[in-house]
Write a protein that binds this ligand. Structure first.
Ligand SMILES: [Fe+2]
Ligand SMILES: [Fe+2]
Length: 259
């Protein structure tokens, strides 16, 4: 796609979507913050000495992040087949690449922290609510329910990840913080796609709102259980659970779907 002068927000809606859902746009975006990094962080960033307890907590949290990323990787690739148009298919193919990278850098971070078999560790430490969320998300994709799967993945899961990663990056060790900051930039794009796509689907078929609201209600429980466990793993005060819950709700409520 040719470079356009000016702000992309000045484009008409169709041209805007052509631009922001393209591989070209994706490549320009990720090149900006990934060039010069290795496994998602600057190779020159010094590792901070972690206590055994902090290291163990971080490993548990990263294991859970890996489950979220695997869920998004498997679901976004499955969604390409049922996406209603070319732009969504192309966008989702960029998301598949992002989620594959996220999973890879989290697994690598686990290795950097001394975990010899990260995948076995993920299996051991993953929270049940998150595993259940992944199962429900993949069922929605399998049932070819486009709106519900986009809600579950690009609104609910992405909003949860965005809130948790953002909070975590503020007091993480320097290497983990860099990895998280790069990932947050991608998750922001994924949420943008989800809100745009779902907003459009629902305005064209308002009767779908009730169905979507009941799916949201079901998934909200899993999200709050996951948040509860993540806060425990991170050793954060319970007030942070309320803050994260609020951040998550603000993001999902923008769509006007009450559970
Ligand atoms: Fe991700
Ligand atoms: Fe994502």
């Amino acid at each position: 796609m040719p470079q356009r002068p000016g702000d992309i927000h000045d484009l008409d809606p169709q041209d805007f979507l052509e631009e922001v859902h393209s591989f070209e746009f994706w490549f320009q975006a990720v090149e900006g913050y990934l060039s010069g990094t290795t496994w998602g962080h600057n190779p020159a960033t010094k590792e901070e000495e972690l206590s055994e307890g902090d290291r163990d907590q971080l490993i548990s949290v990263l294991c859970n992040y890996c489950v979220g990323e695997t869920a998004a990787l498997e679901a976004s690739s499955g969604l390409i087949a049922i996406a209603p148009n070319r732009l969504s298919k192309v966008f989702l193919s960029t998301q598949v690449a992002d989620e594959g990278r996220h999973l890879e850098v989290f697994l690598h971070r686990l290795r950097e922290l001394g975990v010899t078999d990260p995948e076995a560790e993920v299996e051991k430490r993953a929270s049940n609510s998150l595993k259940l969320f992944k199962k429900r998300l993949l069922e929605l994709v399998e049932s070819k329910d486009w709106e519900a799967a986009i809600l579950a993945q690009n609104v609910i899961l992405e909003s949860l990840e965005f809130a948790v990663f953002h909070n975590h990056s503020r007091d993480a060790d320097p290497v983990t913080a860099e990895v998280l900051k790069g990932i947050i930039k991608d998750e922001r794009r994924h949420i943008g796609f989800g809100e745009n796509e779902l907003g459009r689907c629902l305005s064209g078929a308002p009767h779908n709102k009730t169905r979507i609201a009941s799916i949201r209600k079901e998934l909200d429980h899993l999200v709050f259980d996951t948040l509860h466990q993540t806060i425990g793993h991170l050793g954060l005060p319970r007030s942070d659970e309320d803050t994260l819950g609020r951040l998550y709700l603000e993001s999902v409520d923008r769509l006007g779907i009450s559970g």
